[in-house]
Design a protein around this ligand. Structure first.
Ligand code: 5AD
Ligand code: SF4
Length: 461
């Protein structure tokens, strides 16, 4: 019999994409074959996100599409994995289309679940009952899975994500992550470094350390407590790894200076910080259970710029949080103007079940107000991004090439016989230029000839 085929789709964040990569490697290792098309898949897995309602709606509509396919191919197995699986558990199995529901902590069982569903035609549910309880057995299973499969599937040529920590203990009042990914657990530093060593042997040039609050990384052994700065230093010694990134950071004093010092001192650590502020209003920040004021946040940014001149900073904002007035929103606009982000991710508040904000606060900012604030904040940021991008005109930058540019861009003058490639600078600027596809996963030098708010264009040197 030929190998069973599996199709995997990812709907979430980098953490989610990393889980998808681990699952893919595990299934390949177990003898499954991958397929790009749902139509000839024996099993379809969807890795889901719960962070906003919109993310869940996309998954539900995808399930609707699979339902039609399943009508003509009833033997096809459909599995929902990830955050939404953990959140909805058995409720998802009530849908006739769904055969497997597997939470983020159960992915080490994915092969077993897939085989069971295929061979025994059984519905399978694997989620954590008491998500906020730490389980040593579960941590060990995840650790084993991560070290076994964390090197096979690189998310992009020459690049890989490496988990530094799982879960979150922060309980921002709007956020579902603590309820779907459980308590914060930092991985042992040697496990992280061993994985990076193996990735380097496999030709990886850039690793991105992942954690919901990666700057809170803390691992105690005997008298020594390892923090993110230690991890960066250890990773910086791995031969072959040229760039090291980490996301996402939480604006807090703890470890902040040490991490910045590591960034300033270690040439391999990229000068980039993703530091979500979420709001510029102290009243809203308090209601969000973020433990800083707008003033303290801006002070951290100033300090980052004085430690690491040229650092680029990205932000996240939520507009339309409950009780956000026009004045609160003005404070956010002011903060964005002062922070001078390279770019910002802006989201409209979406109430999430189980969170404190959903239980205690009314979602009382009308959708059209959320939309207007979203558009306004985006345009304020666009102007800043545009100015920062213009500074690159005429300059030479080094980029790590990701591959072919997905969007066709025009107005590139030189090298038109070659395809358009996309790469990123150490400061995470996106650069589009013409070059051979074989550059994917390698470094290139590019002279910037044109800029737009979110993309730089240039010629390969
Ligand atoms: N509504 C809107 N945006 C949210 N985010 C997290 N939870 C919500 C929510 N309930 C945003 C935050 C976070 C990013 C990953 O998603 O800005 O930084
Ligand atoms: Fe990632 Fe959070 Fe979405 Fe889960 S809920 S996929 S952790 S963003």
């Amino acid at each position: 019999m030929s190998a069973r085929t599996v199709h995997i789709k990812s709907f979430g964040c980098q953490m989610n994409k990393l889980d998808t990569a681990l699952v893919r490697s595990a299934l390949l290792d177990a003898g499954f074959a991958l397929t790009e098309s749902v139509d000839d898949a024996d099993i379809v897995l969807i890795n889901t996100c719960s962070v906003r309602e919109h993310a869940e709606q996309r998954v539900l509509s995808h399930l609707g599409h699979l339902k039609h396919i399943k009508e003509s191919r009833p033997d096809m197995v459909v599995g929902v994995i990830g955050c939404m699986a953990q959140r909805l558990g058995g409720k998802l199995l009530e849908d006739k289309t769904v055969d497997i529901v597997c939470g983020p902590a159960q992915i080490p069982q994915i092969t077993e679940l897939a085989i069971k569903a295929l061979q025994q035609k059984q519905k399978c549910l694997a989620v954590t009952q008491k998500i906020r309880e730490k389980s040593e057995t579960q941590t060990q299973a995840l650790e084993g899975f991560e070290s076994a499969y964390g090197i096979e599937d690189k998310q992009m040529p020459g690049q890989a994500y490496v988990r530094a920590m799982r879960g979150c203990n922060n309980f921002c009042s709007y956020c579902i992550v603590p309820y779907v990914r459980g308590p914060e657990v930092s991985r042992p530093p040697e496990a992280v470094i061993e994985q990076i060593n193996k990735l380097a042997d496999a030709g990886v040039k850039q690793v991105t350390l992942l954690g919901q609050r990666v700057n809170a990384y803390k691992y105690k052994r005997g008298d020594k407590t390892y923090c993110l700065a230690d991890l960066l230093e250890m990773a910086g010694k791995v031969d072959g790894i040229e760039w090291i990134r980490f996301v996402t950071s939480y604006p807090t004093e703890e470890f902040f200076d040490g991490i910045l010092r590591a960034m300033a001192d270690l040439s391999r650590v990229c000068n980039y910080l993703h530091l979500p502020a979420q709001s510029g209003s102290d009243k809203i920040l308090r209601a969000m259970n973020r433990h800083y004021t707008a003033g303290q946040y801006l002070e951290l940014i100033d300090r980052a710029r004085s430690f690491v001149p040229g650092i680029s900073i990205a932000g996240d904002f939520i507009v339309g949080f409950p009780n956000e007035t026009e004045e609160d929103f003005r404070d956010t606009v002011e903060l964005v103007k002062k922070a001078k982000y390279k770019n910002c991710f802006i989201f409209k508040y979406s109430p999430r079940p189980d969170t404190i904000a959903d239980k205690k606060l009314e979602d009382n900012v009308p959708m059209e107000v959320k939309k207007r604030r979203n558009t306004e904040l985006l345009s304020v940021q666009e102007q800043i991004s545009d100015e920062l991008s213009r500074d690159f005109l005429g300059k030479e930058v080094k980029v790590l090439v990701e591959g072919l540019s997905k969007k066709p861009h025009f107005n590139l003058t030189e090298g038109e016989d070659k395809p358009q490639l996309v790469g990123r600078t150490t400061t995470d600027y996106i650069v589009v230029f013409n070059g051979p596809e074989s550059l994917a996963g390698r470094f290139a030098k590019v002279k910037i000839t044109k800029s737009s708010p979110l993309t730089l264009f240039g010629e390969r040197l």
